[in-house]
Design a protein around this ligand. Structure first.
Ligand SMILES: Cc1ncc(COP(=O)(O)O)c(C=O)c1O
Length: 429
């Protein structure tokens, strides 16, 4: 199996030690499951290996991967900070009593209202994306009589060899300011001159689902050389370096396993050596893992509604969810492992296209999936759905969104309840 929290017992799928079919019947489907122990373990790998490698370090949970009150509580208990991108994520973090001084506020189009809200909530750091935003942060901090701590988001000009829509560190990017074009230096000079901005360092995030270690070494190189250039030009030496998120996870048996602790140890050694060479103090290092914290702690369960065979073409299995709870295949053709939760011991009788319930031909979860003979009422499990599923879910076709059930040993409990038809009607005037 792709992760050790997925096992089989007498042909039945167990996730986090629990029978998936029984959970589907208890809570209904579609159903998001989260393995709390795996989630905590993933947090600890970052916290411990970053402390060991970098000394001064803080992992920031990139909450865009999965934002709900319970996840912020767990991240806080595990000693992580958080990366947020909207007033909504700030409000969720606040509802979990997340320590606001450890919150870093991202986004390439923050409104004045959001900037003000974040300041009033005591958000620790802004990651400023543009000159216009810098002016707005300076002005709004001035109005409040504070100096806002901030990092500047830069693009190091690196292609992380991942899917185009999640490659963010190239020169041609809607995020940040480019080092290569000279704009990053002008941005830094402007930030140093802004009276109500307390510049603490720099940020870069080059992409997501990255397996190539060279990407992180190259990013660290370019960023440290930039820090050295700024020091030579202005005397200012950044105290924080945020290298973003992006480590890849295993969606299928074909994906490699990333040894995150090992990767962090080698990036740390690389940074130490380069700081020595460039005559820099070692900065406090921040990483922003999202997917690699929550993805393999998640699984989605669906109920089969029917099977349709088109002779000479293909066979569809229709499920009671789809792009409304997981749009990633429709968006990126993302690979997933799909299992028949109560028939793991049966041979496959050929491949299926797992089709969602929406009025959209592209609404699929996966194609060419080998599965045993299926019928209405069978339970299908889609693995590794903890990241970018709940947070990217929609109400397309006015379909209510699934609940999140947390699994912790023998205990199972609701973190987010199922959306109802009343919820769907609530905003109508
Ligand atoms: C700025 C930033 N940081 C962190 C992340 C998290 O990346 P991942 O979930 O791949 O770790 C993202 C994802 O898009 C991001 O844009």
């Amino acid at each position: 199996m792709i992760c050790h929290n997925i096992t089989a017992c007498g042909g039945r799928l167990r996730f986090a030690g629990r029978d998936a079919g029984e959970l589907a019947r208890k809570y209904g489907t579609p159903l998001y499951l989260m393995d709390e122990r795996r989630l905590r373990q993933n947090c600890r790998v970052y916290r411990e290996s970053m402390a060991a490698g970098f000394g001064r370090a803080l992992p920031l949970y990139a909450s865009k991967a999965l934002a709900c009150k319970r996840i912020y509580e767990i991240a806080a208990e595990e000693g992580l900070g958080a990366d947020v991108v909207s007033a909504g994520e700030i409000a969720l973090a606040k509802s979990a009593a997340f320590p606001m001084e450890k919150v870093f506020f991202h986004g390439s189009a923050k409104t004045d209202a959001e900037i003000g809200y974040a300041m009033d909530c005591g958000v620790g750091y802004f990651i400023i994306d543009s000159l216009e935003e810098l002016e707005a942060v300076d002005r709004l901090a001035g109005e409040r009589g504070v100096r806002q701590r901030a990092l500047l988001r830069l693009t190091p000009g690196i292609d992380p060899h991942t899917f185009e829509a999640v490659a963010t560190g190239k020169v041609d990017s809607k995020f940040g300011m480019s080092i290569e074009t000279g704009q990053a230096m002008d941005f830094t000079l402007a930030a140093l001159a802004a009276p109500h901005v307390d510049l603490r360092g720099f940020h870069a995030h080059v992409g997501s689902q990255v397996f190539d270690s060279a990407v992180f070494y190259d990013t660290a190189d370019i960023m440290l050389r930039f820090i050295a250039d700024v020091k030579a030009r202005t005397g200012y030496e950044a105290e924080m370096l945020n290298l973003g998120g992006g480590y890849g996870v295993r969606y299928t048996g074909e994906d490699p396993t990333v040894d995150i602790a090992g990767e962090i140890a080698s990036v740390a050694a690389h940074i130490r050596a380069l700081c020595g060479e460039l005559g820099l103090r070692e900065p406090m290092v921040l990483l922003e893992p999202g997917r690699s914290i929550v993805a393999d702690a998640g699984m989605t369960l669906y109920t089969v509604q029917g099977v349709k065979t088109i002779p000479g073409y293909r066979r569809y299995v229709a499920i009671d969810g789809g792009m409304t709870d997981n749009p990633r295949y429709a968006l990126y053709r993302s690979a997933y492992t799909v299992l028949a939760a109560e028939h793991l011991d049966q041979e496959s009788d050929g491949v299926y296209t797992v089709a969602g319930r929406c009025c959209e031909s592209g609404d699929m979860i996966q194609e060419e999936v080998p599965l045993p003979p299926l019928k209405r009422g069978d339970i299908l499990a889609v693995c590794t759905t903890g990241a970018y599923n709940h947070t990217m879910a929609s109400n397309y076709n006015a379909v209510p969104r699934p609940p999140i059930v947390m699994l912790d040993g023998e205990r199972d409990y609701l973190a987010v309840r199922r959306e109802t038809i009343e919820d769907i009607l609530r905003r109508e005037v």
